[in-house]
Design a protein around this ligand. Structure first.
Ligand code: N01
Length: 546
């Protein structure tokens, strides 16, 4: 068994950043990654049209000014291959690969209370002993795979957007189905529509979307951003969502309709995802939200030629952005093509798969390829996949049986020295996740440094504090419209999943203040111990067994 300081699970953006930071502190660190290569979601989500919906300059690491200056983004919203190239560049530039063990899935982590150390075991039986277990497994990495009657009889290819195959998928002359109209389905639709003989998009819930307004990055823009990159980063850190947009402090209801439409029109052409920030109360007040929703509904409707299709595709019935909207490049326009068909699952649900395709309540569709763009077991799917056993044999799955419980999103009572990166209870998917990753890792690294400096071997969340934090997370969510509809924010994406609000909706800046206050008060809400709590019990156990 290899004895080290920290085992990090996952070699995506968060895992690499944690490795860089902890190694820089002199820690011996190993990253375990189940996939064949690094990159996390950006390795797996290689579907056609995949790109980031946060601007490239902001969806990148800020820890190295040299890296910032030398990397040249080619587009305002980077494609998946470009982001994966960036991740690989970072790994090479900072010599990270030597501590990453690929093709290695964590099976279990068991806390040794007497030693204050985790024993991590991989599915192939290798073991590591580490003081810290860092869960950097991503929030959207465990795919949700439907299991329709007859599915295994289908003779064509079934692919999930979130584990895209490494072989080339050809569409020319083929009949393709896409099931699901979240960001993944909406991004791939126009790209596949251009190539496939026929494309059928199966829609259950029509989704809001704002145009990406993507464009190549000019040399002039690149120089401008790089000349003042620190200011741009600070603006992101101090914005509510990490996107760098200055929040409009006005209410959507306090301005005349014509002025509001002018603001929305400008946001529509430039802001992408930031449209939701055009007025401060779009996600706080239903009447304010209605003004944005109506504007978007009109915009979407205006690009769909067929009135019947328009009725089905224009989103309604839930507030704009209460479920994650998409940022698209020609999704709705794709339905004007002769080779693209919409299958409305609310009207005609899928009854079964057949060897040749899919039978819905109204007809039989024949396909060569079926793509599930059905999303993920969000926030908790990947954290709960391995067996994580804390104090007294309690597993994290048992502890979270009624929903995730954390102190500030970073630690869990009963699971000492386990650090969670951008998991439930933190701004996570309600923020530019790159900003959240860096802020959380730096805070946790400071905690580790504090422990070293003060001869502390064990930190652990206090049960009272985590109860209060979960209540606060839910209280903040109740102030918003997020709880007014079903979504993966509140556990509704998986039948039987606890229905609690997962991310922290109080914003990145507010969250940072809370973390900093906690540190300033000697890590209030956490117990810091100079000797493991379980040491005495461990002594007794070893005495009894000798
Ligand atoms: O998944 P989703 P996604 N039968 O959960 C439908 C990020 N992301 O992969 O809404 C039929 O959003 C489901 O229908 P309904 C981003 O955070 C970012 O698209 O449950 N349909 C929905 O339409 C995003 O939010 C980028 O009624 C079924 C869809 O499948 C997150 O990843 C790009 C079904 C799932 O939508 C997830 O996006 C892509 C079933 N059995 C993704 N089950 C960027 O641009 C589910 N659906 C950075």
């Amino acid at each position: 068994m290899e004895v080290i300081d920290a085992v990090i699970i996952g070699a995506g953006f968060a895992g690499l950043r944690a490795l860089w930071r902890l190694r820089g502190m002199g820690k011996r660190v190993v990253v375990l990654e189940a996939a064949d290569d690094i990159g996390g979601v950006w390795y797996h989500n290689a579907y056609p049209g995949a790109r980031c919906d946060v601007e490239s300059y902001d969806y990148s690491y800020s820890f190295s000014p040299e890296l910032e200056q030398e990397w040249r983004w080619s587009e305002r919203y980077a494609t998946q291959p470009e982001i994966l190239r960036y991740i690989n560049h970072v790994a090479d530039r900072f010599d990270l690969r030597r501590d990453i063990v690929l093709k290695t899935r964590m099976e279990s982590a068991v806390y040794d209370e007497a030693a204050a150390r985790w024993t991590i075991t991989s599915t192939d039986g290798r073991r590591w002993s580490a003081q810290y277990l860092v869960m950097a497994v991503g929030q959207l990495s465990t795919t949700k795979e439907p299991d329709y009657p007859g599915q295994s009889s289908f003779k064509g290819e079934i692919i999930h957007s979130g584990i895209w195959p490494k072989h080339e998928v050809t569409y020319e002359g083929r009949r393709v189905a896409i099931i699901g109209t979240g960001s993944s389905g909406m991004q791939m639709t126009p790209v596949i529509a251009e190539k496939a003989a026929h494309l059928t998009v199966f829609q259950r819930t029509p989704n809001y979307s704002v145009p990406a307004a993507n464009a190549p990055v000019t040399d002039e823009e690149d120089r401008r951003v790089k000349a003042d990159y620190r200011a741009r980063r600070e603006q992101c850190r101090n914005s509510p969502t990490g996107l760098g947009f200055k929040p409009n402090r006005q209410s959507a209801l306090d301005v005349p309709a014509e002025e509001r439409d002018r603001v929305y029109e400008a946001a529509w052409h430039r802001l992408g995802f930031g449209f939701a920030l055009a007025y401060y109360d779009i996600l706080l007040s239903k009447p304010a939200n209605d003004t944005a929703a109506e504007f978007i509904q009109k915009k979407i409707g205006s690009v769909i030629d067929d009135p019947k299709l328009r009725e089905k595709l224009v989103p309604s019935g839930h507030p704009f952005a209460a479920r994650r909207p998409s940022v698209d490049s020609g999704y709705f326009q794709a339905f004007n093509r002769d080779n693209v068909e919409l299958a409305d699952l609310r009207e005609f649900p899928i009854q079964e798969f057949t060897p040749k395709g899919i039978r819905t309540a109204d007809k039989t569709h024949e396909f060569d390829i079926v793509i599930f763009a059905t999303g993920f077991d969000a926030f908790t799917g990947s954290i709960l996949k391995p067996r994580i056993e804390g104090r007294d044999g309690l597993t994290l799955k048992e502890k979270w049986s009624e929903g995730p419980i954390t102190q500030l999103g970073v630690g869990v009572a009963g699971f000492p020295n386990m650090l969670i990166i951008v998991g439930p209870g933190s701004p996570s998917l309600l923020s530019n996740v790159m900003v959240s990753i860096e802020e959380q890792i730096d805070w946790l690294a400071d905690l580790v440094a504090y422990m070293d400096a003060n001869d502390i071997v064990e930190f652990e969340a206090e049960p009272e504090a985590e109860r209060a934090w979960v209540e606060h997370v839910n209280e903040r969510a109740r102030e918003t419209l997020y709880m007014s509809t079903n979504s993966y924010y509140n556990g509704a994406e998986i039948a039987g999943k606890p229905r609690v609000f997962m991310p922290y909706s109080g914003g990145i800046r507010g969250y940072r203040r809370i973390l900093n206050d906690c540190a300033a008060q000697g890590y209030s809400g956490f117990v810091l111990r100079e000797a493991p709590l379980g040491a005495a019990a461990g002594d007794q156990r070893s005495a009894a067994s000798s």
